[in-house]
Design a protein around this ligand. Structure first.
Ligand SMILES: Cc1cc2nc3c(=O)[nH]c(=O)nc-3n(C[C@H](O)[C@H](O)[C@H](O)COP(=O)(O)OP(=O)(O)OC[C@H]3O[C@@H](n4cnc5c(N)ncnc54)[C@H](O)[C@@H]3O)c2cc1C
Length: 374
C-alpha cells in the first residue's frame, strides 16, 4: 500500500494536518507516533478519581485567533475556564501577573494606593507593561516596584525554569512577563479560553476519526521508513534528530513531574500556584480545578525543570537564545534543500515555543498555503 502522506508525530501539529488532508483532500495518511499514545504533549487521561490528568504538564487553551478557536471547537465542547495563578512571595499568595490586587497584598494601603495612581498617571490607557520595560522608568517609586517584582517573582522563576539568568534569554521570553494595570487576576487575557470538556486526548481522537487516517503508535519513524511507501512526509519531531545531528544537538529544557494522589478534597485554592523563590520546583498543579471534578480525592503535580538529556527525558522547551537560533538556521538550510518533499512543522521541527493555538494556526497555514495547492 502506498500512502499519500506519512505524518511523523500525533501532537496538535501532526493531527491538524492529518485531519485537513483526510477531510479536504481525501488523501491517504499513515500517522506514526513513537509514544504509546496519541496527542503529543497535550495528552491527558482520566484517573481513578475521575480527574483529567495532563501527563506532560497543565494545558489551558487560550487564543485571540477566532479561526483557530472555531477549528478546535469542531472537535470538542469546552469548559469555561480562565486561569488565575497565585505566586508565593514572602509567605503570601498573590495574583500573577502582578496587578493592583497583588500591590494591595504586598504593600501598606497608603503606599499601595500611591503606586497604583502613579502607574495610571505614567501609563495612561495601557493595559499591561513588560516588567523589564517598567524597570526603565525614571520615576523612583515605580522603579522600586519594578525591582521588587523582578527580584521576587521574575528572576527566581526564570532562573529555575530555564537554568539561565533572564539576561541570557531572548527578549521574547522576558517580555512575556508583564505587570497588569488593573484588578484583572486572569493569567491570560485572550477572548477565547477553555479546557476540552472530555479532555485533549478525546479532542485529538475526534480530529483523527477518518477512514483515510491509519495510526501506528509505539513506532519511531526511523525504524519503518525503509519499509513504507509514501509520496510526501510531514515531520513534527526534533529537527536535529531528523538530520542525524549534522549540525550538533539543539538545546532543550526538560521537566520532571512528581504526581501525588491525596485523600483530601482540595490541596490548594487554585489550579496552579507558582513558587518563584523557594524549593526546586516552579509550580504545583491541582488538576481537579480545571474541570471542577467532584471527588473526595485530589491529584497534584510538582513541576521540576531540569536539563534535557537525549534518551533520558523529554525535550519540552526549545531554549530561546540567539546562539540556538543560529544553530537552527543551519538546519533550516538542510530543510530548504529537501525542496518541499518533507514539510517540517510544530514545536520540535520549527524549534519554536508554540502555544497550542499557535501550533494549530501554523499547521492550518501550511495546509492552506502549500499542501492544498499541490
Ligand atoms: C509543560 C508545558 C505546558 C504547556 N502549557 C500550555 C498551555 O497551557 N497552553 C498552550 O496553549 N500551550 C501549552 N503548551 C504548549 C503545547 O504543548 C504545544 O503547543 C503543543 O503540544 C505542540 O504540539 P506539536 O504537535 O508541535 O508537538 P508535540 O506535542 O511535542 O508532538 C510531537 C509528537 O511527535 C512525536 N515524535 C517525535 N519524534 C518522533 C519520531 N522519531 N517518530 C515518531 N514520533 C515522533 C512525539 O512523541 C510527539 O507525540 C505547553 C507545553 C509544555 C511543555
Amino acid at each position: 500500500m502506498k500512502y499519500d502522506f506519512l505524518i511523523v508525530g500525533s501532537g496538535l501539529a501532526g493531527s491538524t494536518l492529518a485531519e485537513r488532508i483526510a477531510n479536504k483532500l481525501d488523501k491517504k495518511i499513515l500517522l506514526i507516533e513513537k509514544r504509546e499514545h496519541i496527542g503529543g504533549n497535550c495528552y491527558d487521561y482520566l484517573n481513578e478519581y475521575n480527574i483529567y490528568i495532563h501527563k506532560y504538564g497543565p494545558h489551558i487553551f487560550h487564543t485571540m485567533n477566532k479561526k483557530v478557536w472555531d477549528y478546535a471547537s469542531k472537535f470538542t465542547e469546552w469548559i469555561n475556564f480562565e486561569l488565575k495563578v497565585l505566586a508565593v512571595i514572602k509567605d503570601k499568595k498573590v495574583p500573577v501577573p502582578f496587578n493592583f490586587n497583588s500591590i494591595d497584598m504586598i504593600f501598606p494601603p497608603k503606599y499601595a494606593k500611591k503606586l497604583q495612581e502613579l502607574l495610571i498617571l505614567h501609563y495612561r490607557n495601557v493595559k499591561k507593561i513588560p516588567i523589564l520595560k517598567l524597570r526603565e522608568t525614571n520615576n523612583p517609586e515605580l522603579k522600586k516596584l519594578a525591582d521588587f517584582i523582578y527580584d521576587n517573582i521574575f528572576y527566581g522563576y526564570t532562573t529555575k525554569q530555564w537554568g539561565l539568568s533572564p539576561l541570557e534569554l531572548d527578549s521574547s521570553v522576558t517580555s512575556r512577563v508583564p505587570i497588569v494595570l488593573s484588578r484583572d487576576d486572569r493569567y491570560f487575557h485572550d477572548p477565547y479560553q477553555g479546557i476540552p470538556k472530555f479532555g485533549y486526548t478525546q479532542m485529538i481522537e475526534n480530529m483523527l476519526k477518518h477512514k483515510n487516517i491509519e495510526i501506528t503508535t509505539n513506532t519511531d519513524f526511523k525504524d519503518i521508513i525503509e519499509n513504507v511507501k509514501f509520496n510526501k512526509m510531514i515531520y513534527t519531531g526534533k529537527v536535529d534528530e531528523f538530520f542525524d545531528y549534522l549540525h550538533g544537538e539543539l538545546p532543550y529544557r526538560s521537566l520532571r513531574f512528581e504526581f501525588k494522589d491525596l485523600k483530601t478534597e482540595t490541596f490548594q485554592e487554585r489550579a496552579i500556584i507558582n513558587y518563584p523563590n523557594d524549593f526546586n520546583y516552579t509550580r504545583i498543579t491541582e488538576f481537579k480545578h480545571f474541570t471542577e471534578a467532584k471527588t473526595e480525592f485530589t491529584t497534584i503535580a510538582y513541576e521540576y525543570p531540569e536539563s534535557y538529556i537525549k534518551g533520558y527525558n523529554e525535550p519540552y522547551y526549545p531554549i530561546p537564545r540567539q546562539t540556538n537560533h543560529e544553530q537552527f538556521s543551519k538546519y533550516q538550510i538542510e530543510i530548504n534543500k529537501l525542496n518541499n518533499t518533507v514539510y517540517f512543522i510544530g514545536r520540535l521541527a520549527d524549534y519554536k515555543y508554540y502555544n497550542m493555538d499557535q501550533t494549530i494556526g501554523a499547521a492550518l497555514l501550511l495546509f492552506e498555503k502549500k499542501i492544498s495547492k499541490e
